[in-house]
Ligand binder design. Structure first.
Ligand SMILES: [Zn+2]
Length: 172
């Protein structure tokens, strides 16, 4: 299975986040062609600041394998990971990290910080690949924020939401 294949899978997970009103990021942990864990961003839903997609996927992968270390695993995520997620990937000894869109503001895999492959870490992630399906991953995020801005400005201008269907109507 190619990197694009798994990134496409991560994108479908990111759509779950959008449906929950969360910033659409998805992640999947794969080893030897098998999914060990997957997840999507849901800090608002779970009241958990650590509930990023990568953290969710790593937690499931640890539970699936009965091991908090995941040697030989590749983590795919649709957005460049943040400081917290990079730290957790290092603790988990993930072998490879593949991400989609770059995050110039907070990305910790080379954009804002270059922590994933910092030589001071005891464990090093063997390989990092950014920009896989970059256009699709970035477009999903942009569409989400566009929709959110439109909703915010509609609310500000007092634009009324479509009324709910009347009780007893056929809906047609
Ligand atoms: Zn994160």
């Amino acid at each position: 299975m190619s990197d694009e294949y798994w990134m496409r899978h991560a994108l479908t997970l990111a759509e779950n986040a959008w449906r929950q009103g969360e910033v659409p990021v998805g992640a999947v942990v794969v080893r030897a062609g098998q999914i060990l864990g997957e997840g999507w961003n849901q800090p608002i839903t779970l009241h958990d600041p650590s509930a990023h997609a990568e953290m969710q996927a790593l937690r499931v992968a640890g539970a699936t394998t009965d091991n908090y270390r995941l040697p030989g695993a590749t983590l795919y995520v649709t957005l460049e990971p943040c400081l917290m997620c990079v730290g957790t990937m290092l603790h988990a000894r993930v072998e490879r990290v593949v991400f989609g869109a770059y995050d110039p503001k907070t990305g910790a895999a080379g954009s804002a910080f270059d922590l994933l492959q910092d030589p001071r870490h005891y464990h090093k992630v063997a390989a990092v690949q950014g920009g896989v399906l970059q256009a699709e991953c970035a477009a999903l995020l942009q569409a989400f924020f566009r929709e959110r801005r439109a909703a915010a400005s509609a609310a500000k201008q007092g634009v009324q939401q479509a009324p709910p269907p009347r009780q007893g109507s056929t809906g047609r």
